[in-house]
Design a protein around this ligand. Structure first.
Ligand SMILES: O=C(O)CCC(=O)C(=O)O
Ligand SMILES: [Fe+2]
Length: 524
């Protein structure tokens, strides 16, 4: 089916995560059938066992009874053989495995596990969340001694030792010990607490977690932690030669450095090269909605926009000027709940992993985690109505090719769009293929609310807009001269909790000549 999540394509949109509930329900039905089968089998074995046992427990078992003698011989010659060689257990297992194979092509792939683990680490970084808290199922920011709940879930979903191990392992395998350490710490501490209990579904054990954590500490320059974790490992697996060699190596290193003062290595968060603006960006994501209000800036105001349009005179839209340079406005209740839901529904079957322009190509990237779909006006008459409304509000021509089709976006787990420009910054950009110039303006509609996170942050303009369901955000990307306005650098913050949907209408330069006068001053 169109839009069905392929393997490795589940984590990048919350809708596709939701779709993964279906195969799990099939697996549950399969396991229930298996358990019923095994219960029946064990009940029958228990019946046979009890029957034979009762014959033996009767001290006066009269072997002289020819009937009893016959059944004893029959049991030993035939019954026991049938019991021991019964195929039922393997038939039950076979059915379980065959059923699993049928579901298998619909299951998330390793890329999904990696993507979901990286999402947790991204949320941990951007919102300064405590890993210990996340493990317990809470979203807490810990700064010094202050603990703030960023979101209080109605029900806690704590993580297991093996869950934490898998997150840590994804970081570990990328050589990212900064993130590997806290997650493996949680894994070790949870595995210690339940030592001796084994869960069938677990991939890892206390030994695995100790092994990885010891090496991560060693890589991070903390030899004494690496040593004590390795020694603990040897308590459980004394015959492991590799670990015994590591212990000797760590002891030697510590003895050598005992005379010199060792500076405790402080491990740095891995740097993302394309994100120089990281600190500002993350600050804006954390302080959701830090836009100045009109009380602070008198020229920012609220009004009912009619724009002399007959359409808007009938139904004015409440307009809030959010920022002046660059000029950003928010139109409240631009769509209704029904319209927002309709647009999401129209797009859903066509959602594909979002791409970004990279040179002349379009590629999926780690810094944009979402799925999106393009909706032509011909898909539904409601989209034409929407275009008319955008045109009435902005005074711009949004007919193709002067504007792009509507791009509907659904964010994934920790989904985000790191700081970027909507307009092309290189003459070879695929955006110019429409031959109607650059993206002069963005009209972005919030089609959902979110529980936490997911604000739209304007980095250089230094404000962020929290998701306001049904509202639309408008801004000019280009100066009147046609030059890109660098102050429009903006981002979609990672979604902490929720299913975030937006729709973009990108309006191009051509066609607007008489609607927005040009100017040779780049400042306009
Ligand atoms: O989701 C957001 O808040 C921003 C989205 C955005 O900037 C984009 O899609 O170009
Ligand atoms: Fe954007």
């Amino acid at each position: 089916a169109a839009g069905a999540a392929g393997r490795g394509d589940t984590f990048s949109a919350v809708t596709s995560v939701a779709r993964a509930l279906a195969p799990e329900r099939r697996l549950l039905a399969l396991l229930r059938r298996y358990l019923r089968g095994e219960e029946a089998r064990l009940r029958d074995l228990t019946r046979f066992y009890d029957k034979v046992l009762s014959l033996h427990e009767d001290s006066a078992t009269p072997v002289s009874n020819p009937l009893l003698a016959f059944t004893l011989i029959k049991r030993l010659q035939s019954d026991w053989r049938n019991v021991v060689h019964s195929l039922e257990a393997s038939e039950n297992t076979r059915a379980l495995k065959d059923g699993f194979e049928k579901v298998e092509q619909d299951l998330p792939a390793f890329e999904d596990l990696e993507g979901a683990a990286r999402a947790l680490m991204r949320l941990q970084d951007v919102y300064m969340l405590s890993v210990k808290g996340l493990t317990r199922g809470v979203f807490q920011r810990v700064t010094g001694s202050a603990v703030t709940d960023l979101y209080s879930p109605r029900r806690l979903f704590p993580l297991t030792a093996d869950d934490c191990f898998q997150v840590g392992k994804v970081a570990y395998d990328m050589g990212d010990y900064y993130h590997a350490i806290p997650w493996l710490e949680e894994a070790v501490s949870l595995f210690r607490g339940s030592y001796g209990e084994w869960n069938t579904e677990d991939e890892a054990s206390l030994e695995d977690a100790l092994d990885h954590l010891a090496f991560a500490y060693f890589q991070a320059g903390n030899v004494s932690f690496a040593l004590s974790l390795s020694q603990e490992f040897l308590l459980y697996s004394p015959d492991n030669k590799r670990m015994a060699r590591n212990v000797l190596k760590y002891e030697k290193l510590l003895a050598e450095s005992a005379n010199q003062a060792v500076a405790e290595a402080v491990i740095q968060r891995p740097n993302v090269p394309h994100l120089q603006t990281r600190d500002t960006y993350e600050g804006l994501c954390q302080t959701l909605g830090s836009q100045p209000t009109h009380y602070q800036v008198p020229s920012l105001h609220c009004s009912y926009e009619t724009n002399a349009s007959p359409y808007l005179l009938l139904q004015p839209v409440r307009k809030e000027v959010v920022h002046l340079e660059p000029y950003v406005v928010l139109y409240h209740d631009f769509v209704s709940d029904v319209e927002a839901q309709k647009i999401r529904g129209l797009a859903e079957p066509w959602l594909q992993r979002s791409v970004v322009a990279s040179g002349e190509k379009q590629l999926p990237v780690e810094y944009r985690i979402s799925k999106s779909a393009w909706l032509k006006d011909t898909v539904d008459p409601m989209l034409v109505t929407l275009d008319h409304r955008i045109a009435a509000l902005t005074g711009l021509d949004v007919q193709p090719p002067y504007a792009e089709y509507l791009q509907v976006v659904n964010y994934g787990i920790g989904g985000h769009y790191e700081p970027h420009f909507d307009h092309a910054t290189s003459p070879t950009s695929p955006l110019y293929r429409m031959k109607s110039g650059n993206r002069v303006a963005t009209f972005m509609i919030y089609l959902s609310s979110v529980e936490a996170g997911g604000a739209t942050a304007f980095i250089y303009a230094n404000f962020s807009m929290p998701v306001v369901k049904n509202a639309a955000l408008f801004w000019w990307n280009l100066h009147k001269s046609g030059e890109g306005n660098d102050d429009t650098l903006h981002a979609g913050c990672p979604v902490l909790v929720g299913d975030k949907w937006v729709a973009n209408k990108w309006i191009h330069e051509y066609g607007q000549e008489f609607r927005r006068r040009c100017s040779s001053s780049p400042k306009d």
